[in-house]
Design a protein around this ligand. Structure first.
Ligand SMILES: Cc1cc2nc3c(=O)[nH]c(=O)nc-3n(C[C@H](O)[C@H](O)[C@H](O)COP(=O)(O)O)c2cc1C
Length: 251
C-alpha cells in the first residue's frame, strides 16, 4: 500500500475536514435553492404505482428481535418471483417517506445526515409479478416506480457489472443505490462524502431486516465495476454514480 494514498483514504473516514470548511460559503448559506429531494423523471416515462402501506395484505410482520437475530447475508435464492406488494414493502422500509416537510425536506424510514437523503434507488427487475424485466427507479414521494430502460440479457449484464457475482442473475430483483452527491454537498460541502457512505449503510440494514419479514434474503454488495454498473443504470458517473447494491430473493 502506498503511504500517501492510505493517509488520504483514512482522512476520508475522519471528520477533520469539517474544521477546514467555511460553512458561510456553502451553497445552502449563500442562498442557492436546495436541489430536488428526488431525481426528476420525464412525463412520458412509464410509471408503476406501488401498493400503499395501508393496503398490504401479505406482509406478515416479524418480531424485531427475531429479525435482528436471523439476519445474515444470503446468496442463494429460490426461483420464485417477488410480488409487487413485497417489493412495495421493501422500498418503503429502505427509502419510504415518513413525513414531508417542504419542497426541500422529507423525513424517511431511514436516517440521513442533515435529512439530505442523497441516494437514489434503482432496481434491476428480473422476476417481479406484474413488472416487465428492466431497470426501474423508486420515486419515494409518489411511492411509484419509473421505468428507466429495458436491456437484452439483463441477468447476465447485472452479474457481469458486479464482477461476475453470479447470484445476482438468480435474484428476482437487485437494489442498486446511487449517490447524487450535490444533494449533500449543498449543505456540507466537502464534509458531504463520508456521510453519504454512512447513509447507505442504514438503507441496506433496513433491507436486510425487512427481507426477514417476508421470507426473503439479501446480501450487501460493494464490489462491482463502476463504469459497467453506471452505464447499466444509465447514470452519468459524475453527478450520480453507483455506490452500493443488494440482490433480493426468496430463501
Ligand atoms: C459494505 C459491505 C460490502 C459487502 N460486499 C459484498 C460483496 O461484494 N459480495 C458479497 O458476496 N458479500 C458482500 N458483503 C457481505 C459480507 O461478506 C457479509 O456481511 C459478511 O461476510 C458477514 O456475514 P453476515 O452478513 O451473514 O453476517 C458485504 C458486506 C458489507 C457490509
Amino acid at each position: 500500500m502506498k503511504k500517501k494514498e492510505v493517509e488520504l483514504c483514512r482522512y476520508f473516514l475522519k471528520d477533520s475536514v469539517r474544521l477546514t470548511i467555511d460553512f458561510s460559503t456553502t451553497d445552502q448559506n449563500t442562498g442557492t435553492p436546495p436541489p430536488p429531494i428526488e431525481k426528476p423523471c420525464a412525463e412520458d416515462q412509464k410509471k408503476v404505482d406501488l401498493v400503499q402501506k395501508d393496503k398490504w395484505r401479505s406482509i406478515p410482520g416479524v418480531d424485531l428481535m427475531t429479525a435482528i437475530q436471523n439476519r445474515k447475508s444470503r446468496r442463494h435464492f429460490r426461483p420464485e418471483p417477488l410480488t409487487l406488494e413485497e417489493l412495495s414493502f421493501l422500498l418503503w422500509a429502505t427509502q419510504g417517506i415518513r413525513k414531508k416537510v417542504d419542497a426541500g425536506t422529507a423525513f424517511r424510514t431511514v436516517p440521513s445526515a442533515g435529512c439530505r437523503h442523497a441516494l437514489e434507488t434503482y432496481l434491476c427487475v428480473l422476476n417481479v409479478t406484474g413488472l416487465d424485466q428492466g431497470i426501474y427507479r423508486y420515486r419515494p414521494l409518489e411511492h411509484q416506480l419509473v421505468f428507466e430502460r429495458g436491456e437484452e440479457d439483463l441477468a447476465e449484464k447485472v452479474s457481469n457489472a458486479a464482477l461476475g457475482q453470479h447470484f445476482l442473475s438468480d435474484a428476482p430483483v437487485t437494489f442498486i443505490w446511487t449517490a447524487v452527491p450535490y444533494r449533500m454537498e449543498w449543505r456540507y460541502a466537502t464534509a458531504a462524502h463520508k456521510v453519504i457512505a454512512i447513509d447507505a449503510g442504514h438503507v441496506c440494514q433496513n433491507l436486510y431486516l425487512a427481507c426477514e419479514a417476508i421470507g426473503a434474503g439479501t446480501c450487501a454488495g460493494a464490489a462491482y465495476h463502476q463504469e459497467l454498473m453506471d452505464s447499466l443504470l444509465g447514470v452519468d458517473g459524475t453527478e450520480e454514480f453507483t455506490i452500493y447494491l443488494a440482490p433480493v430473493g426468496k430463501i
